[in-house]
Design a protein around this ligand. Structure first.
Ligand SMILES: COC(=O)c1cc2cc(CO)sc2[nH]1
Length: 239
């Protein structure tokens, strides 16, 4: 997968050199390039912002540098992803979908945002996804891109040592995952549930499924209500 990130703070993406994402870049699974938007400015001050038409606080990112930056990094099969407070909520399903694409270009907004014509013009020549990570405000899109890049990269083939982790994890199966335990058996007066030491894999699987259902119903009734009823029945019948 090819990924290009355009930002006025390219150093923000140093974390993408680390750990499994860094390894994915080394092995070639992930071809990631970070670009400084100021590369595409032409004035001596390398200006990327200007005052907003209609007045109001702060500054807006000028369209010219963005237009030239996207001209330079976009390919025919590229999808533009723009983290934004006004975007569609980003979900695991979105991560799955984006992980299957050949080329992603991320545009990181700053200030009060990017001139709307940049997004509108981009939509004329490529798929554009404005995504929100949640109902809160950040200084810009960089941190959101790091989150999205982690969600996507771990789904790429060969990145996670144990691909089994991907099937049972929260949100992948549509439920929150069951609690996990490891040694020691007793810790500060708390013991590991006996069922997990029973060696009865069918019983353990049922216990984990029940814990997932209980947790999801308690903490995420929205997810629980959206969970396919026939999958619930099937499980109950097996139990
Ligand atoms: C100028 O601010 C931005 O471009 C910006 C991008 C994002 C993404 C957020 C989380 O969904 S909050 C936010 N602000």
């Amino acid at each position: 997968m090819k990924v290009d990130i355009v930002s006025i703070f390219p150093d923000y993406f140093a974390p993408l050199d680390l750990s499994l994402i860094g390894k994915a870049r080394t092995t070639g699974t992930l071809d990631l390039t970070v670009h400084d938007l100021r590369t595409w400015t032409s004035d001596v001050h390398r200006t990327v912002d200007d005052s907003p038409y209609g007045g109001g606080p702060g500054m807006v990112m000028r369209p010219e540098p963005w237009g030239q930056a996207l001209d330079a990094v976009v390919s025919d099969g590229a999808t533009l992803v723009v983290p934004s407070p006004v975007g569609k909520p980003f979900t695991q399903a979105d991560a799955q979908q984006l992980a299957g694409l050949d080329h992603l270009v991320f545009a990181c907004g700053r200030y009060e945002g990017i001139d709307q014509r940049v997004i509108d013009e981009a939509r004329d020549r490529m798929p554009v996804r404005e995504v929100s990570l949640g109902d809160y405000v950040l200084f810009g899109g960089e941190v959101a891109v790091i989150v999205i890049m982690e969600a996507i990269t771990r789904l790429l083939p060969g990145v996670l040592g144990n691909a089994d982790s991907l099937t049972e994890e929260s949100h992948a199966a549509g439920l929150l995952e069951a609690p996990v335990y490891t040694k020691p058996l007793a810790w500060r007066g708390r013991e590991v549930p006996d069922v997990l030491r029973s060696g009865d894999h069918g019983r353990i699987a049922r216990w984990r499924r029940e814990q997932s259902l209980l947790r999801t119903a308690d903490r995420r009734p929205d997810m629980y209500d959206a969970y396919p009823p026939d999958l619930l029945d099937k499980w109950d019948r097996k139990a």
